[in-house]
Write a protein that binds this ligand. Structure first.
Ligand code: DGJ
Length: 723
């Protein structure tokens, strides 16, 4: 059992393997937050409640000054209810003067969970339990349900809320967060993943929480290349391996916010969910609104422990089960090989040599329906001049060669030069007669069901009967104009995201066994919302292995390596910087591996090297899919990057070291490993030496051991437990 309710003290205690989350029904029937952190017994911890009163702030009791809404912790914090801190919900009701005070009404606890209609959510298993708590705003007949879904083994609690309008008039919602969490102290650092296109999540930013408001958000209609919904709050003394860290994330791919604010008593509140900039939602009588799901975790094993909790949760509860732990395709993708200059002949030539490098899936990227990026999006008509057998015929030919086939799509967009746009210029998001254009394309107005339906049926019709095994789902511009001919502007961004998920679900339903890889001009939608639909995400259009080292290492703070799609490419298309094959492979095998190369340019000897890499990747793939990642050296903090992936049973581990700066002294450097079993002896497959985990983790290894064969910019050593 993981949800406890103590009738006598009216305390809810949610327990995971290592954490406790406690709140209670307090005086005046408020829902008061008491504790979140390391696991504690189910004692009555109501004594922690802050009952101070300070001047100028209102209090509930007329005769006893002992309940002040501005100092206590809350599970939901409405504006205009006596709490002067940052609210988690803001709404007002037509023509009424009211106070938004919410009172506990009822709760229920049950096994499993209910899916969230139209939005991604963490999937339940036999250990999952849910607590629903209902609160009401009695002045207005509004009912809030707070959902807590507890995943004991991954130390994750998922949260979201629903508002039902049972009153007689409309409610105008201005802020609608997925969660609210109060702390009695502000002694934390915020860690966020910062970046930009071609450098997504490459900068792991850590800054102390100060008085005022810290906000991490996106206004791009995507979770964006620049910021990410992942947020960690760590104690000042917490590092990679030790100390308390709280992790937060959202299963949402649109405008989001994570906001940390400090109250005047030095207390701290975290709220997260849909970004409220420009957001306003009219909830008519009888309607309800559900927020996206947030997930939170806690670890006293530093940032590494927090990441591993999230990695486990994402793999076992967010990614679809049938894909999560299964070997991924090794793709050979046409993009960096040919860009738009693709044809049936070229795809078949690529397919002919695919197996010579160990690839098993040929992916036809952009260009199969257009010669450049100026036309065709929205119409989805195969260019039969360049693809005379159609997509259907091409898939037959590729399959006959013993390979799988993948196809690129960008369904949420329309080119100005397209029949769809000419027929329906009103079906795009725009705020003026001269809409902003990017890459010659507009974002389709997916707040309209008829647009979702039209695009879905066109794509399904075009691909009918084609043997497709993999779909790359792209999104190549921001949705920065929230104007629709059908939807009020305050609702556009969220309804657009709901429409995007609907379109994705509709096409996925047509291709139930197809592995989807999502993409957004590289990593502009690398988030948990997308991972609900696609087990892996294209991480960045920057495939220079030096830059990718930062991008991938940063991404690993919030996301498992198997979700991080990485390709061995020419390596210099974005930077012009040259790199060795060995270095490119080491970097690309960090995540789910593939190629983007024009193989006709390579010799048989080269291809044999690539084939060896594919085999090595397959040998170690289980560590990516199921193992634990321990970060050893950060590229931002050192001239190197190092990590070790360890199997759950601790019998195998793959240590990787990457040199970003060629130091003459690196061979004498010693590095202590992590995550091994101290009592198990491991054989170093490079040197043959056998050493105990305790030795490898305390004394460490010599980097020089990596270079006994040959000095490379990076290399890996496999450690195998000696039976
Ligand atoms: C952006 C993606 O990130 C690339 O990999 C490629 O698919 C292009 N779009 C195609 O337009």
């Amino acid at each position: 059992m993981s949800v406890y309710f103590c009738e006598e003290n009216q305390i809810f205690h949610l327990q995971t393997k290592d954490t406790s989350y406690v709140f209670c029904v307090s005086d005046f029937n408020a829902l008061e937050h008491l504790y979140y952190g390391k696991k504690i017994p189910t004692d009555n911890v109501k004594y922690i409640s802050n009952r101070q009163i300070y001047s100028h702030v209102a209090h509930e009791s007329r005769d006893k000054r002992d309940f002040c809404a501005s100092v206590q912790g809350f599970e939901i914090a409405p504006f205009n209810g006596g709490d002067i801190r940052t609210p988690s919900v803001v709404y007002d009701v037509a023509g009424d003067v009211h106070a938004n005070r919410l009172r506990y009404r009822s709760h229920k606890i049950y096994a499993g969970r209910e899916p969230i209609e139209g939005l991604p959510y963490s999937r339940a298993d036999e250990n999952t339990q849910t607590l629903e708590v209902v609160l009401s705003d009695d002045d207005n007949n509004l009912f809030f349900t707070l959902y807590y879904v507890v995943f004991p083994e991954t130390n994750v609690i998922a949260r979201y809320q629903k508002l039902e309008n049972k009153g007689s008039v409309s409610v105008f919602i201005r802020r609608f967060s997925s969660f609210c969490l109060d702390f009695y102290t502000m002694d934390f650092d915020a860690v966020t993943l910062e970046g930009i296109y071609l450098y997504e999540k490459a900068s792991v930013s850590r800054s102390p929480i100060k008085r005022g408001v810290f906000k991490c958000n996106s206004l791009t209609g995507t979770s964006s290349h620049n910021r990410n919904p992942f947020l960690a709050l760590c104690r000042h003394n917490a590092d990679e391996d030790m100390g308390e860290v709280y992790g937060f994330n959202l299963l949402y791919s649109g405008n989001f916010m994570q906001e940390v604010s400090v109250g005047c008593l030095g207390d701290m509140r975290v709220v997260g969910g849909i970004d409220d900039t420009g957001f306003s939602w009219t909830l008519a009588k009888g309607e309800s609104l559900v927020s996206p799901e947030a997930v939170m975790t806690y670890s006293d094993q530093g940032l590494g422990g927090m990441s591993r909790n999230f990695h486990d949760h994402i793999r076992s509860h967010i990614i679809e089960r049938k894909f999560a732990y299964a070997p991924r395709p090794i793709v050979i993708n046409s993009w960096e090989a040919s860009y738009f200059a693709v044809s049936e002949e070229k795809v078949l030539t690529l397919a002919e040599s695919a197996s010579s490098c160990g690839a098993d899936t040929v992916v036809l990227d952009d260009g199969w329906f257009r010669p450049n990026d100026r036309k065709g999006l929205g119409d989805w008509r195969t260019d039969l001049e360049r693809f005379p057998s159609g997509i259907h015929g091409l898939t037959e030919k590729v399959h006959a060669m013993g390979l799988k086939f993948g196809l690129w799509l960008e369904p949420e967009m329309v080119n100005e030069d397209s029949d769809l746009y000419r027929e329906h210029p009103e079906w795009i998001l725009s705020t003026s007669k001269l809409p902003l254009i990017s890459r010659y394309q507009y974002v389709l107005d997916l707040t309209r069901d008829e647009v979702v339906e039209r695009v879905a049926s066109r794509i399904i019709e075009e691909l009918a009967g084609a043997k497709i095994d993999y779909i790359k789902w792209d999104f190549n511009r921001y949705a920065t104009e929230a104007g629709s001919h059908a939807t009020p502007s305050g609702e556009v961004y969220h309804r657009q995201m709901l429409g995007g998920y609907k379109l994705l679900s509709r096409i996925k339903a047509q291709f139930p066994d197809v592995l989807f890889e999502t993409c957004c001009g590289g990593g502009g939608r690398f988030d948990l919302g997308m991972l609900f639909y696609s087990p892996q995400i294209w991480t960045s259009d920057n495939t220079d292995p030096y830059a990718r080292t930062y991008i991938q290492y940063g991404t690993s703070y919030g996301y498992p390596v198997s979700a991080i799609s990485c390709h061995f490419t020419e390596g210099d298309c974005t930077s012009g910087r040259e790199s060795t094959y060995a270095f490119r492979y080491r970097v690309a095998s960090f995540g789910s591996y593939g190629y983007e190369l024009d193989l006709s340019k390579y010799t048989d000897e080269d291809k044999a090297i690539f084939k060896g890499y594919s085999e090595e990747y397959r040998r170690d793939e289980a560590l990516n899919l199921q193992g634990d990642l321990y970060r050893l050296l950060s590229p931002e903090e050192t001239d190197y990057c190092a990590y070790i992936k360890v199997s759950k049973d601790k019998k195998r581990a793959l240590f990787t070291f990457l040199e970003l700066y060629a130091s003459g002294f690196v061979e004498s450097m010693t590095l202590r490993l992590k995550g091994l079993d101290p009592n198990v002896a491991y054989r170093n497959e490079r040197t043959g030496e056998v050493l105990y985990g305790a030795t490898l983790m305390n004394v460490g290894i010599r980097i020089g051991d990596l270079y006994r064969k040959k000095r490379e910019d990076g290399d890996s050593i496999l450690f195998v437990a000696v039976e």
